[in-house]
Design a protein around this ligand. Structure first.
Ligand code: DOR
Ligand code: ZN
Ligand code: ZN
Length: 429
């Protein structure tokens, strides 16, 4: 199959380390078919999908249900297993069953999964550390948020900005610091999801300097929207963690430039039109679609000179491949080398339009935003999944689990012998 790519760039396809495809359990919001179709249209060739489905992906049974749904996928995928308090005994079976990493919700969000207490997180880290898989963290402190939300509600606040007030940066910073300390102690590899504030950068930089195997992502909405957008976007902008003041956005851009933030992921979190358009911010579902809008939005920034194209590729393809051990060729970490490719046209001008997104829950605060630069063809392992801007519907089911090619570096668990029980035993000898 031949296409004319003259005047265009051929890049490795984007690897989105953070999407929610809702299937099983919330298929009115998204399915594997619609979510991965949207990814294909967005130049994304691999996604890592989150466990806050119903049932949550915390048991092998639930994982198998999800793997069944994922048979519809247009693009390749990794599945995150849930790391929670109730399923510590399931973690090794989940690895055996085919997860590509774990997700731990330190603070509650959509799906209302209980946040594990720190003790359970430590134990979970110890178990996963032995196998080398990366643990992604929704790093927000549940207790701070609960107290603040309660007070705001009592004061009668239900405007969009109440959401921002309920989750000040300390909510995330405390959790990032705690996660980094637990990772350092156990030797677990971790990934900080959706960095939204300048404050989180300090514990992140410190952990990296101490040699913790920690990676971090931010998302287009934290780089491109700020607090001033709440008036216009209203409930549409509600996302966890929240879009913050401009000063945070500036610090995030600086961290993108200096490499503190490794990746750009989307936190693709679709909800139905009704669920996203409510007068009461507390009943509006958090998050929005993203897998199809990331590339046009971020390429616009590349075109404007805010980000080098090579850095964009590093953040959307090389860094996630490295963090999750995707080796398409034996021993060679070369994203795109198995022909996972996207052809982009940097001159193509478009406008984000909810109605044109393949995602089911297509409401987005970026609706109406102008973009210059767009993916025109997407290939997954040599096969077109989008061609000339159109979805190749026959490619449904072409997606494969990345576990096929995944090779995490040798695990380096620490301190397993220095837990309290081991110390007591030693002292008694
Ligand atoms: O806004 C969010 N929505 N943040 C999350 O962490 C979860 C996500 C969802 O699943 O809807
Ligand atoms: Zn999250
Ligand atoms: Zn998320």
């Amino acid at each position: 199959e031949v296409v004319d790519a003259s005047g265009k760039y051929i890049l490795p396809g984007a690897i989105d380390a953070h999407v929610h495809f809702r299937d099983p359990g919330y298929t009115h919001k998204e399915t594997w078919e619609t979510g991965t179709a949207s990814a294909a249209m967005g130049g994304v060739t691999t996604v890592f999908e989150m466990p806050n489905t119903n049932p949550p992906t915390g048991t092998v049974e639930a994982l198998n249900l999800k793997l069944k749904s994922a048979e519809q996928a247009y693009v390749d995928f990794g599945i995150y297993g849930l790391l929670g308090e109730e399923n510590l005994t399931e973690l090794e079976a989940l690895i055996e069953g085919g997860v590509a990493g774990f997700k731990c919700f330190m603070g509650n969000t959509f799906g209302n999964l209980p946040s594990p207490p720190t003790g359970a997180i430590l134990e979970g880290f110890e178990i996963v550390a032995k196998h080398g898989y990366r643990i992604a963290l929704h790093a927000e402190n549940a207790s701070i948020m609960a107290r603040r939300s309660k007070k705001l509600k009592e004061a009668g606040r239900c405007d969009p900005l109440a959401h921002l007030d309920a989750r000040p940066p300390v909510v995330a910073t405390e959790a990032v610091s705690r996660a980094a300390i637990l990772a350092e102690w156990t030797g677990a590899r971790i990934h900080i999801l959706h960095v939204s504030s300048g404050d989180e950068l300090r514990p992140l930089r410190e952990a990296k300097a101490r040699g913790v195997d920690i990676t971090a992502e931010t998302c287009p909405h934290y780089l491109l929207l700020d607090e001033r957008a709440y008036t216009e976007k209203k409930s549409l902008i509600r996302v966890n963690p929240p879009v913050r003041e401009k000063t945070h956005q500036d610090q995030l851009w600086a961290a993108v430039q200096d490499g503190t933030i490794d990746m750009i992921a989307t936190d693709h979190a679709p909800h139905s039109h009704e669920e996203k358009h409510k007068d009461d911010i507390w009943t509006t579902d958090c998050g929005f679609t993203g897998v199809q809008t990331q590339m046009p939005l971020m390429l616009t920034q590349v075109g404007a000179g805010r980000l080098a194209l090579t850095d964009y590729v590093r953040m959307t393809s090389l860094a996630p491949a490295k963090a999750f051990g995707l080796y398409p060729r034996k021993g060679a970490l070369l994203p795109g080398s198995d022909a996972d490719l996207v052809v982009i046209d940097m001159e193509r001008e478009t406008q984000v339009d909810s109605a044109k997104l393949k995602s089911k829950g297509s409401s987005t605060p970026f609706h109406g935003h102008a973009a210059k630069g767009a993916p025109v063809h997407t290939l997954v392992r040599g096969r077109f999944v989008m061609r000339d801007g159109a979805l190749v519907t026959e490619a449904k089911g072409h997606g494969r689990n990345v576990r096929r090619i995944q090779q995490m570096p040798t695990p380096k668990p620490r301190n397993v012998e220095t837990t309290t029980a081991a110390i007591v035993k030693k002292n008694r000898r």
